[in-house]
Structures are given as C-alpha cells and as structure tokens.
Design a protein around this ligand. Structure first.
Ligand SMILES: Cc1cc2nc3c(=O)[nH]c(=O)nc-3n(C[C@H](O)[C@H](O)[C@H](O)COP(=O)(O)OP(=O)(O)OC[C@H]3O[C@@H](n4cnc5c(N)ncnc54)[C@H](O)[C@@H]3O)c2cc1C
Ligand code: FES
Length: 271
C-alpha cells in the first residue's frame, strides 16, 4: 500500500473551530504544511500552550488521534475527554494553536475484489470511519455503517457519519446491546463472501469483530490503539504481538488485517 508520510518535525496548526457533538468535541485546525492524510492515519497532537507543567507535569508527551476528516487545508479531530491530554485538547478553540506531527501510520486498504464494505465503530473509534466512509463514497462505493455507544450523549457522535444503524448499551438509542450483534445480523442476512469489514473501537469490540469475521472467513481490517509516545517508530512503546511477531503499531499499523492477530485484546490499549 502507498503510504503518505509526514513532513519532518512538528508544525503549528491554528485551531479554526471547536464543536460539541454530545459527549465528544470536534476540533478543526488549518494545516497547510502537510500532505492530505489517508483514511485511518493518525496525528500526534499537543496544545501549543498549557501542555504540562501543572500538578504532576501531565500531560507531557503528545497524544495520538485518528483524523476524522480532512480537506482544503483543514484537519478535524474527534476527542473524548478521558484524561489530562484529551481534556486540554478538547478545550481548544479559535486563537489557539495545535502542534501536530503527521499523517502517521498506514491507513485502510480498499475492499478486496470489489467487496461491499461494512464499517463497525465503537465510541470514539468512529473517527477514522467517518473519513473512510467519505473516501469510499467519493469513489462510488456505499458502505453499511454500524455504530455502538454506551448511551445517548455518546450516540450523538453518530451524526458525524451518514446513515448509521445504532446500538447503545442502555438502549436509549437504537438496538439495546452490542454493535457486534448488529454485525452478526448483517452477516446472517447477506452473503459473507461479498463483504469486507472495517472496525475501530475498544479492544473487546475489536476482538469480537475479529472472532466473528475469522469464524466466517470474512476479511476484516482493524484499527487498533496502543500507548504511543513518539508515533513514528523510535520509542517501541506501542509494540503489539501478531502471528508474525511483535510490530510497532505506529508504523506497521494502526490498521491491521484481522488474520494477523491471535487477539485484538492487546496490552496497553486502555479504554
Ligand atoms: C492510533 C490512535 C488513534 C487514536 N484516535 C483517537 C481519537 O480519534 N479520539 C480520541 O479521543 N482518542 C483517540 N485515541 C486515544 C487517545 O490517544 C488517548 O485517549 C489519549 O492518549 C489519552 O490521553 P490523556 O492524557 O487524556 O489520558 P491518560 O491519563 O493518558 O489516559 C486516560 C485513560 O485512557 C487510556 N489510554 C491512554 N492512552 C491510550 C491510548 N493510546 N489508547 C487507548 N487508551 C489509552 C488509559 O489507560 C486511561 O484509562 C487514539 C489512540 C491511538 C493510539
Ligand atoms: S509510538 Fe514510538 S515506536 Fe510506536
């Protein structure tokens, strides 16, 4: 696969807007210094001001974020506030700068043999699926989108994709239960040979997607997470085990073919 590589060093990207979508913030910034990212690639983000230095000095390292959307010199990121880094980033607004490194990693590959794409997202894992749905649609390929959230405020993030079928843990929106139940229904209703699954979400969801797809012989591309300190291969903080040995997820991922994993429950993939 052709890889889009990042310019050397980190660069300033002025924040142009901040939007709230239920439990999630979308931060938009202007980036005229980097190439257009591939869907599934990510950036390492730092706030130019008020990053670290407070109690416990956290956050200190940059944090990894999938690109939600990109175009015309703009990048968008979807951020869930789960700790000091995401809290600071999700507060950013116009007049402030992001410091960015990217695009990084490999990104999604096109469906094999003209297969019909099914996009399966959980929580903040919907981010890389939004740009992927756009790119597939621009190429004339419509995708089926199945999204799962814990509750209504999180399910508001589904507005960022088109025509999604929803599941929530508490049943407040859509099917009460797991998004992987929607995936099994979808696969039961159609020919397994004709589809390819793209998934991003919490490790237990990705592991269920991997297991369902492997059992049925359906190809699946999984966008994983692990703790990343540098994002470009230098620190080995992001290694995950595959059937071919350990890989650095930041350079050999974050998108991996399901058949390369014995489990998607990789160490260090929080959430
Ligand atoms: C390739 C990649 C793409 C990502 N895309 C997004 C995105 O689009 N939007 C988004 O909100 N988040 C995304 N993340 C996760 C994000 O990087 C972490 O939530 C963030 O680093 C947490 O930093 P913090 O300082 O807020 O919290 P911390 O205090 O560092 O951690 C808070 C909690 O999050 C868990 N955590 C920390 N880092 C990670 C991580 N890298 N992966 C999973 N869990 C983690 C910790 O175990 C802890 O429970 C992505 C991560 C990776 C590796
Ligand atoms: S994050 Fe440093 S090697 Fe992957």
């Amino acid at each position: 696969m052709t890889r889009t590589t990042a310019p050397f060093g980190r660069r300033a990207a002025p924040v142009t807007a901040r939007e709230q979508h239920g439990a999630y913030a979308v931060v938009r910034c202007r980036d005229t210094g980097g190439p257009a990212p591939r869907p599934g690639q990510f950036y390492m983000l730092t706030a130019a001001e008020r990053w670290g230095g407070g109690e416990g000095e956290r956050p200190f390292l940059p944090r990894a974020f999938s690109v939600l959307r990109a175009g015309a010199g703009e990048l968008q990121f979807l951020i869930e506030d789960v700790g000091p880094g995401t809290k600071r980033l999700s507060e950013l607004g116009p007049g402030e700068d992001l410091l960015i490194v990217g695009p990084l990693g490999n990104g999604f590959a096109s469906p094999r043999e003209g297969r019909r794409p099914i996009l399966v997202g959980g929580g903040v894992g919907i981010a890389p699926l939004a740009i992927w749905q756009d790119a597939l649609g621009a190429g004339g390929t419509e995708s089926r989108v199945l999204l799962g959230f814990r509750d209504g405020p999180h399910a508001a993030g589904a507005r960022l994709l088109k025509s999604a079928t929803l599941a929530t843990d508490d049943g407040s929106v859509g099917h009460q239960g797991l998004v992987t139940e929607l995936l099994e229904d979808e696969l039961d209703a159609h020919d397994d040979d004709g589809v390819e699954v793209y998934a991003c979400g919490p490790p237990p969801m990705l592991e269920a997607v991997r297991s369902i797809c492997m059992d049925r012989g359906v190809p699946a591309q999984l966008a994983l997470e692990s703790g990343m300190a540098c994002g470009f291969g230098a620190c080995f903080g992001c290694v995950v085990p595959t059937v071919e040995g350990y890989i650095r997820l930041c350079v050999d991922g974050p998108v991996l073919d399901a058949h390369k994993l014995e489990s998607a429950l990789v160490a260090g993939a929080g959430h």
